[in-house]
Design a protein around this ligand. Structure first.
Ligand code: OGA
Ligand code: NI
Length: 358
C-alpha cells in the first residue's frame, strides 16, 4: 500500500484558508457546474427526514410501540435517514462534546498540525479524502479517531488539548455506542430477525468498529461553487451524526432532489451505511448525502461510525435471501471495502453498486 503512505499534494487547511480572508476560493475547490449546490432552496419546504421518539419503544401502549417500529422501518427503506429524540444520551454530554471540538479547531494551527494524518490510517487531523492528484477538494477539515475495537483505541492520538477532550471523547464514545447497540436490535427486529441477529452479523459487540470523525466546515466566501462534503454514502454499518445546533448543511438525496435536514434540538441523525444495505440485501438503503457550506458561519458535526468487525466477510443475511430475492452482493470484508473511499474519495454510491453480482 505504498501509494497510501502520503498525500499527493501539500496539505492546505481549509480553516486557515478561510481565516486568511480571501474573497475567491482556489480553483481546486470549485466543483463542475452540475455538482454545485442547486440554487433552488429546499430549506423553505416542509419536507424533513422522519423524527422518531425512541422512548415510545418502551411504552406500555403496544400500539404505540408497533407504530414506532414501523416508522423506523419505513425510514430505513424510504429515506435511509431519520432523527431520534429521547435516545438516552445525555444532552449535556452532547453539548460538551460539540464545544470541546469547536475549541480544538479554534486552537492555533501548529498545535493541530501535531496530529496531521496520512492516507494509510486516516487517524488524526485531515483535510482531504482520497489520494487522486489534482482531484477537486471539499471545503472542510476533520479529525478522525478510533474508539473501538479496544485494540485500536489509542488516546495518545486523540487531542491532548482542550484538557477535557480525551475524557469527553471516551464518555461520548461509550454513550453513542450503547445507542447504536439499541438501534441494531430495532433494525434486526424490523427485518424479521431475532433481536441480536444483525449485531451477531457485525461480529458481536466487542470486536465491532466505532470511529469518530469530527467535521469542521469553515465559512466560505463562495458557497455556491463548492461543497463541504461531496455526495457519498457512508461505507460502514450505521452512522450517528450530531449536527451543529446553529447551522444546517446536511442534504439527503430524495430521488433527484437534495433535501436539507432540519435538525431537531438534542436529536441525533441516524443513517444506514453500505454494510447494512449489504447485510439486509438492500431492504434497507444506504442513501447518498452531501454537505453545503455557508458564507457567514462555521459548522461543526460529529459523525460516529458504527462498523462490523473489520475482517469478517459481510454478505446478505441468509434469512433475507430468497428465490424471489437472490443475494444482490458479493461477500467482502469491511477492511477491504473501506480502502475504496480512502483511495478514491467520496463517489456517490459507486462503490456499493460495484459489489453487485453481474
Ligand atoms: C460524514 C457526513 C455530514 C455532516 O461525516 O460522513 O456525512 O453533516 N457528515 O457533517
Ligand atoms: Ni456521510
Amino acid at each position: 500500500m505504498n501509494h497510501l503512505q502520503s498525500w499527493p499534494e501539500p496539505v492546505v487547511r481549509v480553516q486557515a484558508l478561510s481565516e486568511s480572508g480571501l474573497t475567491k476560493i482556489p480553483d481546486c475547490y470549485i466543483k463542475p457546474a452540475t455538482d454545485r449546490p442547486s440554487p433552488k432552496n429546499l430549506d423553505d419546504t416542509h419536507i424533513n427526514i422522519p423524527v422518531i421518539d425512541l422512548q415510545n419503544l418502551l411504552s406500555n401502549n403496544q400500539t404505540l410501540q408497533y407504530e414506532t417500529l414501523s416508522l423506523i422501518s419505513s425510514a430505513c427503506k424510504e429515506w435511509g435517514f431519520f432523527q431520534v429524540v429521547n435516545h438516552g444520551v445525555s444532552h449535556e454530554l452532547m453539548k460538551q462534546a460539540r464545544e470541546t471540538w469547536r475549541e480544538f479547531f479554534d486552537q492555533p494551527l501548529d498545535l493541530k498540525q501535531k496530529y496531521a494524518n496520512s492516507p494509510s490510517t486516516y487517524e488524526g487531523y485531515g483535510s482531504r479524502l482520497g489520494v487522486d492528484k489534482g482531484a477537486k477538494l471539499d471545503w472542510s477539515d476533520y479529525f478522525f479517531l478510533h474508539y473501538m475495537p479496544a485494540s485500536l483505541r489509542n488516546q495518545s492520538k486523540w487531542p491532548a488539548l482542550p484538557q477535557s477532550c480525551r475524557k469527553l471523547i471516551a464518555a461520548y464514545g461509550e454513550e453513542t455506542v450503547k445507542l447504536c447497540e439499541k438501534l441494531m436490535k430495532v433494525l434486526s427486529i424490523n427485518l424479521g430477525l431475532g433481536q441480536d441477529h444483525l449485531q451477531n452479523a457485525f461480529g458481536g459487540t466487542k470486536d465491532i468498529g466505532a470511529c469518530l470523525r469530527v467535521n469542521f466546515y469553515p465559512r466560505c466566501p463562495q458557497p455556491d461553487l463548492t461543497l463541504g462534503l461531496s455526495p457519498h454514502s457512508d461505507p460502514g454499518g450505521m452512522t450517528l451524526l450530531l449536527p451543529d445546533e446553529n447551522v444546517s448543511g446536511l442534504q439527503v438525496r430524495k430521488g433527484n432532489e437534495w433535501v436539507t435536514v432540519k435538525p431537531v434540538p438534542n436529536a441525533f441523525i441516524v443513517n444506514v451505511g453500505d454494510q447494512i444495505q449489504i447485510l439486509s440485501n438492500a431492504i434497507y438503503k444506504s442513501v447518498e448525502h452531501r454537505v453545503i457550506v455557508n458564507a457567514v458561519k462555521d459548522r461543526v458535526s460529529l459523525a460516529l461510525f458504527y462498523n462490523p468487525k473489520s475482517d469478517l466477510l459481510i454478505q446478505p443475511i441468509k434469512e433475507l435471501v430468497t428465490k424471489d430475492r437472490p443475494a444482490l452482493y458479493q461477500p467482502m470484508t469491511y477492511d477491504e471495502y473501506r480502502l475504496y473511499i480512502r483511495t478514491n474519495g467520496p463517489c456517490g454510491k459507486a462503490q456499493v453498486e460495484s459489489l453487485k453480482h453481474r
